[in-house]
Design a protein around this ligand. Structure first.
Ligand code: NI
Length: 141
């Protein structure tokens, strides 16, 4: 498991944390709240259609703009989240995040939640199927 927050008990600058990695669609765990992880990710292009059967998934856009396609009972729709926006994908709703011009996002979801959910389309090579990686050591300012 790599889910232990790297700096538990220490403040974490999100901008400093984002500067420690370049991998896309590959979340880092910055802290935990009870049994939830706070993860950050750099994203660009398309993720993969997937669904979390047992948990909602919270998104906060830190930089850029994120789009999330949703398959709902009434049909498919897309929500656009500019920087500073939050959105929660309800459990059981198929979704596919994308960011044509790139974005940085924060996710809040139960520890152990897979990035590709419980069911998903074929995972493309550029998507990391993970429960989140530990944050590397931050550079001390
Ligand atoms: Ni998801």
């Amino acid at each position: 498991m790599t889910s232990a927050p790297a700096r538990r008990g220490e403040p974490v600058s999100l901008s400093a944390a984002l500067a420690t990695f370049d991998e896309l669609w590959s979340p880092r765990i910055v802290t935990a709240v009870n049994d939830y992880d706070v993860r950050i990710a750099k994203v660009e292009g398309e993720h993969v259609w997937h669904v979390h059967d047992h948990t909602d998934e919270f998104f906060l856009v830190l930089e850029g703009e994120l789009t999330i396609a949703l398959r709902e009972p009434a049909g498919e729709r897309t929500v656009v989240l500019p920087r500073g926006s939050v959105f929660t994908v309800p459990r059981g709703t198929e979704h596919k995040p994308s960011a044509p011009d790139g974005a940085a996002i924060l996710l809040f979801e139960p520890t152990g939640t897979l990035t590709v959910g419980d069911r998903h389309d074929e995972v493309p090579a550029h998507v990391d199927a993970t429960t989140g990686h530990a944050l590397d050591r931050l550079m001390d300012a």
